[in-house]
Ligand binder design. Structure first.
Ligand code: NAD
Length: 303
């Protein structure tokens, strides 16, 4: 990858996208970011004045042209909160499915020798839950809620467009992320916010649902590896493999913000709630990836 390579990032003001943009600029990429700037966008990013950064405020499903001479599209743009998807599905279809369709069509209409490689940022939630063992990239998709269903649908579009129109693509599926700049609707920031207001954390069901956790910078390191060293038409799981129940995470977060570990209440479970996610990461590790951050370390440094 030569310095000065131009990449198109979508959703680059979101939690993970903004981390990726920051790292991309540090690594010498020229970044154009298409972001609709929804409620989930960050307003505190430092890179907006970087001369190698351009922001286009636009919905990916309404984008009419791609910038010229881009080497990669890294598609982070999505509605990302499961609870919102259960309340109302429309925005999820528009951004996560129609948006991806529009981007793929824009790539298809680009002369074949100028087409960027399409990198779809997906999630371990597309597999659905697994009670024992771990899903590998070959396993079938069986999403459990409207969010993960739209993410699975997006992947299928990418794969179908790849085969029929010979688009170059790669897909990443990451586990739950944590780190700076996450919207307060999400599990860890919400616990922190409530605790600061001296309110108990609200935990769905019995709290024994298991998730794997990955820090955003580790996730983004994995995406860079897929971009720089990955193979076209391949899918890469990315997870640090820190498997914890929701209660265990809540207890760690509560202790980190100075509250008793039992400063929570159990509330009515979310419909369709997945019991456990787990993925194998041999493929991404074979590219040289390894996680550098632990949840414990992250929590010990929060203010
Ligand atoms: N957060 C996680 O734990 C996690 C884990 C695995 C995969 N992912 C995936 O990573 C991606 C980023 O997740 P996140 O947590 O940073 O999301 P986020 O909700 O924090 O940010 C999403 C960003 O995309 C933008 N956006 C939404 N719809 C858009 C549209 N139609 N056009 C243009 N911009 C749009 C928003 O304005 C926002 O800036 C998503 O595709 C998500 O499915 C997230």
């Amino acid at each position: 990858m030569s310095p000065g390579t131009h990449i198109l990032v979508t959703g680059g003001l979101g939690f993970i996208g903004s981390c990726f943009v920051e790292m991309a600029l540090e690594r010498g990429y020229i970044v154009t970011n298409v972001d609709k700037m929804t409620y989930a966008s960050r307003t505190d990013t430092q890179f907006h004045t970087n001369p190698h950064y351009t922001l286009i405020q636009k919905d990916i499903s309404d984008l009419e042209t791609l910038p010229s001479h881009i080497a990669y599209i890294i598609n982070f743009a999505a509605e990302s909160h499961v609870d919102n998807s259960i309340k109302s599905t429309h925005a999820f279809l528009k951004s996560n499915v129609h948006g991806v369709h529009n981007l793929l069509e824009l790539v298809r209409k680009t002369p074949s020798d100028e087409r960027p490689v399409f990198i779809q940022i997906s999630t371990d939630e597309v597999y659905g839950d697994i009670l024992e063992g771990s899903f590998s990239e070959e396993d079938r998709l069986k999403p459990s809620n409207p969010y993960s269903a739209t993410k699975a649908a997006a992947e299928e579009l990418v794969i179908g467009w790849g085969r029929t129109y010979k688009l170059k693509y790669r897909i990443t599926r990451a586990s739950n992320n944590y780190g700076a700049g996450q919207n307060e609707e999400k599990f860890i920031p919400r616990i922190m916010k409530l605790a600061r207001q001296n309110e108990k954390a609200k935990i769905y069901g019995n709290g024994l649902q298991k998730r794997e956790w990955t820090h955003t910078t580790d996730h983004c390191d994995g995406i860079f590896l897929v971009m720089e060293k990955g193979v076209d038409s391949e899918i890469y799981n990315i997870s640090a493999g820190e498997e914890l129940t929701n209660l265990e995470v809540a207890e760690k977060v509560l202790r980190a913000v100075g509250k008793p570990a039992d400063f929570y209440e159990l509330v009515t479970d979310r419909p369709g709630h997945d019991v456990r996610y787990s993925i194998t990461c041999d493929k991404i590790r074979a590219l040289g990836w390894k996680p550098n951050v632990t949840l414990e370390h992250y929590l010990s440094n929060i203010s």
